[in-house]
Design a protein around this ligand. Sequence first.
Ligand SMILES: Nc1ncnc2c1ncn2[C@@H]1O[C@H](COP(=O)(O)OP(=O)(O)OP(=O)(O)O)[C@@H](O)[C@H]1O
Length: 322
Amino acid sequence: MPSPIISVDHANFSYVTFTKQAGFSGAWHDLFHRQKSTVAAVQDVSLHVNRGEVLGLLGANGAGKTTLIKLMTGILPINTGDVRLFTDQVPFRKRPAFLQRIGVMLSQKSQLAWDLPPLDTLVLLREIYYIPHDAFTTWLAFLTKELAVTPQLHVPVRKLSLGQRIKFELICALIHKPEILFLDEPTIGIDVSSQANIYRFLKQLNRDTQMTIILTSHNTKDIEALAQRVAVINHGHKIFDGTVTGLISRYATVPLLEIVTDTPLDPLPTHVRQVDATHYEIDATALTELPIDPRRILSVNRHNGSLDAILTQLFSEEAPTQ
Ligand SMILES: Nc1ncnc2c1ncn2[C@@H]1O[C@H](COP(=O)(O)OP(=O)(O)OP(=O)(O)O)[C@@H](O)[C@H]1O
């Protein structure tokens, strides 16, 4: 059995910050008595990913997903534990040979120069990664065509739409054909059709090149569409690692009726949870009769809980352990 391409063992990481008090007297006080606070962002997390896997990291805001990605990509050093990529590479050492093999796209960090067209940044990356000119031209033409942004290659970044900018950030992360691609919220602020375009493209890339993909997203539909496996992070702990179906069957407690209506229900009947505009869930065990006029129902499905409902329930609980 080949060794995992990513091995995280008992990783811990805490941010140490100093709180600042308001006003002049607060600043004066801070000069002599700085208040230190520690946030344990990643706690005893172990994670092993094989080449060619697509792993979705799920978790509420502040759960520790981005920090975990930063530990795996060497942006942050772990406090204790071990992180290795490609069997023996320690990410934080940031050896050029290691950086050549990973691509990173973080939602809060841009690689693109604001006043220059994306092509200029990409040419700079070509030089940094020593990509041969012909290979660069062919690969870039493929990427821009697949992501439908070829006409925008020469437009200054500040004039691009958010969606176009994000697609070029993705192209920057892919330009050197990395073996592992890390994506933190890759579709935030992107319209539904562009999201579908990005996920179709990533799926194709994973299938054709065996590229390993680690992604975080709050959009569970994206994760379900792309990831064969999910790891759920809660308060810095990994509380689940397995398939989406496995997650649902492990945490689903009640059978649910999933109902689609012709128009939104107003007012919302009791026991009915709105999923989106005309899509509802009802706890089947709470029913003696259907609280929705049957003439308004377009479809009914019985299942054991949606990913969204389970995550809402999981994240509202206090730091459960695996
Ligand atoms: N630079 C920092 N300094 C101090 N604390 C930080 C820093 N970055 C993150 N944190 C804290 O670490 C914890 C984990 O943050 P992290 O960004 O990893 O979460 P996340 O799961 O990616 O959240 P989100 O879904 O909101 O992006 C949070 O409590 C956050 O406030």
